[in-house]
Design a protein around this ligand. Sequence first.
Ligand SMILES: Nc1ncnc2c1ncn2[C@@H]1O[C@H](COP(=O)(O)OP(=O)(O)O)[C@@H](O)[C@H]1O
Ligand SMILES: [Mg+2]
Length: 228
Amino acid sequence: MCLLKLEGVSKTFGKGTGMVTALDGINLSIDKGSFTTIIGRSGSGKSTLLNIAGGLLSPEKGHVILDDIDLYARKEKELARIRRKKVGIVFQAFNLIPEFTVLENICLPSYLDQNKPNMKFIDDILEMIEMGDNKNKYPFELSGGEQQRAALARALSTKPDLLLADEPTGNLDIKSGEQVLDAIHYCYRLFNQTTLLVTHNLEIAGQSNRVITLQDGKIVSDSIGEII
Ligand SMILES: Nc1ncnc2c1ncn2[C@@H]1O[C@H](COP(=O)(O)OP(=O)(O)O)[C@@H](O)[C@H]1O
Ligand SMILES: [Mg+2]
């Protein structure tokens, strides 16, 4: 079953001679329960694609259909609500709030929607990704890898339909990066969490069941392989 569909999605930045085509007529369907990796050189449009897919950036042309909802046909407030409910995002820069503990950071998406956080589920995730002992710590007390795992727990805390991760290991050393990716894979296997991961790491890409290569804002290869 298709969870996410991009239909003829294009995006440019800038004007006149400085104009850059970040995405050029992207058509893409992502199945529920799939794990897809997006690779491509720096500047090929990976982050733009993820941001548009996640409801954070409107395309100039085309449609983004998430769970049968045409995202950018909705008003901004409604779009923000849909995004919080359906999409979890992990960025390269962690983006944790420094004044909040790990647990407070994780509960924030629920509070923003006036929902009670699902503490049992959150505790389970923290245990699974070996962060149970860190939940009352502040981000500055954690290593980069731990901060990113906290960001992963935050992204998953509302049981999103779609997890997006944009170079989540980009700021980490190899070992911490592997732990974060293991945690993402683990959550994928356990919850059948639909995941779209951007990475430069070809080894990681090889562990996905689908690898999409972007070049100059276009999909230049799309291969479906073994299930991880
Ligand atoms: N906010 C922006 N303003 C201007 N240009 C941008 C912006 N975001 C992305 N771009 C340009 O769009 C192209 C694609 O960028 P991006 O999606 O960030 O690529 P990637 O994530 O693959 O490195 C690049 O040429 C980049 O410079
Ligand atoms: Mg990027």
